[in-house]
Design a protein around this ligand. Structure first.
Ligand code: NDP
Length: 247
């Protein structure tokens, strides 16, 4: 499928990107800004968010905003406050890329610690649930909005040792499908992306011995990220789509 979008496909849009300080989220923020969006950069490490901010400013793209937030400790009230801040500054939201995630440890099922389970479910599932609830009113204020979740191959096909991460991605796909169905008669489209093996810190943690030169970069997989955030995808809803063709 051709995911090409025009150079100003996201002009005037306000898009929230979680985990915008590194990896795929950073690249998505840069690519959305390059196509004309005002991006709201959310993440837990302010220094990294500032770096993304500076790169966007230096390139002359629309001025972004930063929301520092650790999704591990954030409460429902934090997300409601965040939504208030966005409403005060922008009045609406045209898109969210739920990208931030924790991998945890690759380990046998019976060795998964309760703390690890709780942390991963908190960041990968509950935080996205609370954030989505808080920003839904803002997405309804847009005339054409997008919610894009991030899954994984292990989010629809379980694999030994991928433990809580895999379970969290199944939950992510479930949340995406429920929302997509519920919002199908609105102007909000809800989908998920399976990035596939991509050269980032998370991938290096999961596969420390592999040759990273063989991997796609975050920039390589951006066509799908742009397409699902753009008006071109208005007929796509409730799908998890691979950003890389299957080999
Ligand atoms: P990285 O680990 O490189 O980046 C993850 C981002 O999430 C970082 O910006 C990180 O912030 C942020 N983050 C983590 N925990 C929190 C938290 N508690 N609060 C706020 N932000 C947080 O991962 P990738 O770029 O590789 O992954 C992006 C998405 O793609 C994830 O959902 C991942 O599951 C998915 N994915 C990736 C694949 C790959 O091969 N890379 C394959 C399949 C799916 P900080 O930098 O401050 O730690």
């Amino acid at each position: 499928m051709d995911y090409a979008v025009s150079s100003d496909a996201l002009k005037g849009k306000v898009i929230l990107v979680t985990g915008a300080g590194a990896g795929i989220g950073k690249q998505a923020a840069l690519s959305y800004a390059e196509r004309g969006a005002t991006v709201i950069l959310l993440g837990r490490t302010v220094k990294k968010l500032e770096q993304t901010y500076d790169e966007i400013e230096a390139a002359g793209y629309p001025q972004p905003a930063i929301i520092p937030l650790d999704m591990k400790g954030a409460t429902k009230q934090n997300y409601l406050d965040m939504a208030d801040t966005i409403e005060g500054q922008f009045g609406r939201l045209d898109g969210v890329l739920h990208n931030a995630s924790l991998l945890g440890v690759i380990s046998p099922f019976d060795q998964i610690g309760e703390d690890t389970y709780d942390d991963i479910m908190q960041v990968n599932v509950k935080a996205q649930f609370l954030m989505t609830q808080a920003i839904l009113p803002l997405l309804h204020k847009s005339d054409d909005a997008r919610i894009v979740f991030t899954s994984s191959t292990v989010g629809h096909s379980g694999r030994a040792f991928w433990g809580t991460y895999a379970m969290s991605k199944f939950a992510t796909e479930g949340m995406m499908q429920v929302l997509a169905d519920e919002l199908s008669d609105t102007h909000i489209r809800v989908n998920a992306i399976n990035p596939g093996a991509t050269r980032t810190a998370m991938r290096a943690k999961a596969y420390p011995a592999e040759d990273t030169d063989l991997l796609k970069t975050p920039l390589d997989i951006m066509p799908l990220y742009l397409y699902l955030m753009s008006p071109e995808s208005k007929d796509v809803n409730g799908q998890c789509i691979d950003a890389q063709p299957k080999k």
